[in-house]
Design a protein around this ligand. Structure first.
Ligand code: ASP
Length: 299
């Protein structure tokens, strides 16, 4: 059995369909998630991740991505990379071809170019128009909310498969970060433990939404450790989100989402604010499920 999950409606659909297409061609889980996120990054019509997504306050796209292999706990990530897609493939190369976990900024870009990626202009006319509109009516906080609630700047994917050696899982994420962020700002998505975490011993988890709050909560690691304590994926996510609602008041003002996939293929999701759409594919045609926000309750 194979289960693949992907966040958010439009970009998630592109990602999960491409991941399943790769699966049907016999790809392993790492290659499936890479194919899914790369497809969404390369689609210029999606105002979400990669090409055509929304830039920072300087009008430059700075992309972040990460991947973690639950079998080995190997991980690779890049952050604040300009002019390269798909950055998820660069993150994979950091994982597989270097002794490091993360490369940042210009040096990550140089690594990508040395690996054969071609630098390109990632700003589409539609993204330039949105940037110009923002420049004329700056309201950073409002744009954060817009970006998270409407455009969705991130696709995070989780996958688990049964193998003769036992369940195997992978987590991966790609993002343009918050729209109109300060140049150099990095959120949770490329941070192992914050935006993604995977451990074949228990399962995997991912996050999306306000990266600063998710990072402070170590949201993905916290959720995977909840699985280790015997929680179901839904209980594990609820506990993380309730912790955030209790300890991080700002997480009540912006959507912060965690989702989890257990070794047995069971899954769950929870959000601090707003409905969260999750694509779920279980050996089948992916379907969209919606998770309403949790209310704050004593944990
Ligand atoms: N988590 C991402 C970030 O803070 C944004 C998002 O998920 O929409 O960079």
């Amino acid at each position: 059995m194979t289960t693949i999950l992907a966040t958010w409606n439009e970009p998630g659909k592109v990602a999960i369909e491409a991941a399943w297409a790769a699966r049907r061609r016999g790809a392993d889980l790492i290659s499936c998630l890479e194919a899914g996120l790369a497809a969404a990054e390369k689609d210029p019509t999606l105002v979400a991740i990669g090409l055509g997504s929304l830039p920072n306050a300087d009008g430059e796209l700075e992309l972040d991505a990460s991947m973690m292999d639950g079998r080995t706990l190997n991980a690779g990530a890049v952050c604040a990379v300009r002019g390269i897609v798909p950055v998820i493939s660069v993150a994979r190369r950091v994982m597989e071809r270097t002794p490091h976990v993360m490369l940042a900024g210009e040096q990550a870009r140089r690594f990508a170019i040395a690996e054969g990626f071609r630098p390109e202009n990632l700003m589409t006319p539609a993204a330039i128009e949105r940037y110009e509109a923002w420049r004329h009516d700056r309201s950073l906080e409002r744009e954060y909310v817009h970006a998270i609630e409407e455009s969705h700047d991130t696709v995070t994917m989780l996958a688990v498969e049964s193998t003769p050696e036992g369940p195997h899982c992978v987590a991966a994420s790609s993002t343009s970060g918050l729209a109109f962020k300060l140049p150099g700002r990095v959120g949770d998505s490329p941070i192992v433990g914050a935006g993604i975490y995977a451990d074949d011993e228990v399962g995997c988890a991912g996050a999306t939404g306000m990266g600063e709050e998710l990072w402070k909560a170590c949201a993905s690691f916290r959720t995977v450790e909840n699985l280790r304590r015997g929680y179901t994926p839904q209980e594990a996510c609820n506990d993380t989100v309730r912790h955030m609602l209790r300890r991080q008041p700002r997480s009540r003002e912006f959507p912060c989402v965690v989702f989890a996939l257990g070794r047995d293929g069971s899954y769950g999701a929870a959000s601090t604010l707003g409905d969260f759409p999750l694509w779920v594919g279980v050996d089948d045609v992916p379907r969209l499920e919606t998770y309403p926000a949790l209310s704050a309750e004593p944990a």
